[in-house]
Design a protein around this ligand. Sequence first.
Ligand code: 7RM
Length: 652
Amino acid sequence: MPDQTITSVSRENRKFRPSAEFKAQANLGSEALYKRLYAESVNSPEKFWSKQAKEHLVWRKPFKQVLKWQAPHAQWFLGGKLNVAENCLDRHLGTQRENKAALIFEGEPGDVRTITYRQLHGHVSQLAQVIESMGIGAGDRVAIYLPMIPEAVIAMLACARVGAIHTVVFGGFSPEALKDRINDCKAKLVITADGGWRRGKVIELKANVDKAVEGTPTVQTVMVVKRCGNPVTMKAGRDVWWQDTAAAAAKPHKAKAFDAEHPLFILYTSGSTGKPKGVLHTSAGYLLGAKMSAHYVFDLKETDRYFCSADIGWITGHSYVVYGLLANGSTIFIYEGAPNQPEPDRFWQMIDRHALTILYTAPTAIRAFMRWGDDYVRRHRLDSLRLLGSVGEPINPEAWIWYHTLIGKKRCPIVDTWWQTETGCIMISPLPGVTATKPGSATRPFFGVVAKVVDDQCREVPRNSGGKLVITQPWPSMLRTLWGDDDRYVRQYFSEFPGRPEIYFTGDGARQDEDGYFWIVGRIDDVLNVSGHRIGTAEIESALVSHPSVAEAAAVGRPDELKGQALCVFVTLKAGYAASEELKEQLRSHVGKEIGSLAKPDTIRFAAGLPKTRSGKIMRRILKEIAAGGAVKGDISTLDDFSVVAALQSDE
Ligand code: 7RM
């Protein structure tokens, strides 16, 4: 039997405890209380979730049964009825939150809008009426293809309000990708804008929609927000201006109640092969997970002004821009454009300008800020910040320490949050008032989450050895199925271990350390076989990035006649460093020193950029093909910038 566990090579021993000040004000500041609540949440999940659901959500009709688990299909809060938009808006009216800012928006050109809870409720109610008058109702699909502007939030909530299922498609996706997603879910309505601002230019969203809907027989209406004023063609009988229709609607709108399991949204996520998967989330369980996790993980306070830099086209935008935050009555800040427009200090400028208190961003962004240089950060005070978050990839310790020192001024706890589109909400993360953090580790599971690292037989591996990360009990915000393809849902997530249909396989490799902390070592599909050792990509990449010259790195395997697999790494350099044979040698010995000579790369290729998804994840599948000298095949609809791939292929 070959050893199918993963050799974990990283060692990071620094530990950062929450400060006494932070602890004293935290929503949860006691380790004993955390332990008690966690134990209750996993030992008596139904009792725990029943209590949480009653406390956190506003129900029109109480639920009768907490969980129905016919593995791998779960239903939560059966018999209950609620309205998700009401839970995000109406509940705050008539309270001290009514005139509080729900949303502060800054456009890339610098325009600012503040919208209170009362106003947001008004906008959402209006749009709800408008789309109802277009014949959109419970269960209909609506595609949203918008920039990060307030209308994106309004559109999502208006769909939720009328029971329509939204599918948000990243504004950066091509007409082809948009068309496929619309056709897969048979959307009747598309909500878009004339354009959006990105790096000083207009992204022509409406023109993209025009191309996409040539091939989408189900689309009856295209609603267009006027954002940039760029010329667009409006097709009579199909296209309407958002601004015209909104003005025509009358105000009060009575929201209907929907079943707890009523579908809320479909979000497409790219599989490593084949067509994108339409992850389906439903209402009550999803909202409860998003709301509760936001409250505890971000330690939300009434006075917070929260900035998550994720686009709403990503699950992070759904759970931790819109639903989780508004359900908590928080003030969200959204920004339309690029982080380096007009200068690489745009985020820091906005944090000072709007006195933002929480920043939630991705390691890829943090590494870009590091590459741009500390001077851009040092110009700003950043003294309003009190908590930092990271999501999307393992954060390498160098980036963590930089984030902690330069942005958090050693004062702000960092929550490194592990989760997935499929999990709906944060699954593994520090609780900032109790958990001592270790740079690079997402630490411990959230309430109700039973996470394990196992071998191919689903047996837990010993501490500090790597294996597959699985979740062994259902949780309220889990995906319910893949839209239109339940077989694929079962195959993809619940078929890793024969005879164990209740085990959710995350697709990630991980290790638990001596304290039980989780360290994600990368996607299992990307695991490298280096001289017979299976090593996660994250560990080799992290070793490379700890060299002063390296901004970013990606490690992939390349078929090799002698070794079976040779290790090929792609490296982008920080400003001020030039590619050279000598530097390659230095990097090789650096990895040798950090990990051991077994992990010394066989090939090092310098690159101006790495292929990434729009949410900043490195697409190693593409790099693997390039390393093997072949053509780039398969789905590249989620690729952010094709020129990066063209450049890599041309400098072989
Ligand atoms: C939220 C999100 C999911 C995949 C997941 C991991 C990776 C996400 C972390 C992370 C290490 C983290 N949804 N991932 N967060 N790896 N540490 N804190 O990213 O569906 O787009 O991606 O992202 O591989 O499986 S996602």
